[in-house]
Design a protein around this ligand. Structure first.
Ligand code: GAL
Length: 416
């Protein structure tokens, strides 16, 4: 089964569940890695497993951020036929573990000492009630800008170090006829941008109070209003065809020299690499101005659903492959993320990968590492979706900044 599914196809899927094609030595993997860079990274895992004698049944569900994949997953589990392994983020893993749906990976985890090599910020999501239920593949972070070096050089743009110089750079690109900010108008992408914008306005204490602690004063206060105002400024720099565009097509605009910047997680780097471009040469990466020193992270993990017999054996083989140091290097240099283990050298990583690894370690050590609101690591999926609705409605002009901040408080209250 190799077709790419949309949510609309979920109903069709539900009818074909009883005829799943996975055999005992196969792993059936549900994921949303469908862009060029993502697919290239996934093939690293597929090849690793194939060398160990395990087949791969692919279950891709397009849609960045994974909301559509989670809808399809619910249909599969409800029908009593969960996939072997599922790409999953943060609080969603905890939700499924709470339902008792996930396998216990403790034997393998103990044998391979996962608890000493996986950072505690990730273990908080990979374990439930002290049991390992998922294997972390990577650490992504969302507060990055991806920039076209040629446009920067042509317009004499230096790497912006403040919000003001960031805006001035985009104004220069707009005046020169370029798209200043490549963006795809989808709720999860707007939320991804909002992660860094909010951090830039209010800093770590505000980010934590609003998105993690759900403090109403932070959610509805002056800093949140300012964050929404900054989103309005950014809205003025996107092209008129932004609506509905997939994130990787927005990245392609920077790759092709149509657009100056994109604010996106470091999965975007996978697209540049897949297009044959090199970090520090054709493209540059830097933290969204104002969010320097902080990292808003998300970690893709493979959650393992309870399966029987030899399927469980295949599952352990996959978890073991995912956690191997060699795999963590080979996969993450293609994916744009950094390893989920702390014992891995940055030697084989490019300039952006090295920077990402160093900044992740610094942010963790200085208390400036926070789970991404946009990517399921700050709060439960229902709160996350409530925030998405307000952020995207505001970006599309339904609310002014003050109304959006007030709506955020209400939406979060209702979702609690
Ligand atoms: C994120 C995920 C990344 C990447 C991105 C866009 O949620 O963690 O691995 O796939 O979505 O699809």
């Amino acid at each position: 089964m190799r077709s790419i599914l949309s949510v609309k196809a979920a109903a069709v899927l539900a009818t074909c569940i009883s005829t799943s094609t996975a055999s005992a030595q196969d792993v059936e993997v549900l994921h949303w890695w469908t862009s060029g860079g993502e697919a290239a990274a996934l093939s690293v895992l597929r090849e690793d497993l194939s060398e160990s004698g395990y087949g791969w049944v692919d279950m891709p569900v397009a849609g960045g951020g994974g909301s559509d994949a989670m809808t399809v997953l619910r249909a599969r589990v409800t029908a009593g036929n969960p996939p072997t392994a599922v790409q999953m983020l943060g609080f969603a893993i905890q939700d499924w573990a709470k339902e008792g749906a996930l396998s216990n990976l403790n034997d393998l985890a103990n044998e391979q000492n996962w608890s000493t090599v996986v950072p505690s910020a990730l273990q908080a999501f990979s374990t439930y009630s002290a049991n390992w239920v998922a294997a972390p593949v990577n650490v992504h972070s969302t507060n990055w800008v991806w920039a076209n070096s040629k446009i920067m050089a042509e317009l004499g743009i230096e790497q912006p170090t403040s919000w003001e110089s960031f805006i001035a750079a985009m104004q220069a690109a707009k005046d020169a006829g370029y798209t200043a900010l490549a963006h795809g108008g989808q709720a999860w992408q707007e939320a991804t941008v909002f992660d860094s914008v909010a951090m830039g306005v209010g800093g770590p204490a505000f980010y934590k109070a609003a998105f993690i602690d759900l403090d109403s004063d932070a959610l509805g206060g002056a800093q949140m209003v300012e964050a929404f105002e900054r989103m309005e400024t950014l809205r003025g720099f996107v092209d008129e065809n932004f609506s509905g565009r997939d994130w990787n097509l927005a990245t392609a605009m920077v790759i092709n020299g149509e657009a100056l910047f994109q604010i996106m997680g470091d999965w975007a780097k996978g697209e540049f690499v897949n297009a044959g471009q090199t970090a520090g040469e054709e493209f540059k990466c830097f933290r969204v101005p104002g969010s320097d020193g902080t990292v808003t992270f998300n970690s893709d993990q493979f959650a393992m659903f309870k399966v029987e017999g030899s399927a469980a054996e295949a599952q352990l083989a996959m978890a073991s492959a995912v956690m191997s140091p060699e795999f963590q290097v080979a996969f993450n240099i293609v994916k744009g993320s950094v390893p989920a283990r702390t014992d891995i050298s940055d030697e084989e990583f490019d300039a952006c990968g090295k920077l990402g690894m160093a900044q992740l370690a610094q942010a963790a050590a200085s208390g400036n590492l926070f789970g991404s609101m946009a990517h399921g690591h700050a709060n439960t999926p229902s709160i996350q979706n409530a925030m998405y609705d307000v952020i995207t409605a505001h970006f599309n002009g339904e609310y002014d900044a003050a109304t959006a901040a007030a709506e955020l408080v209400t939406a979060v209250e209702l979702a609690k």
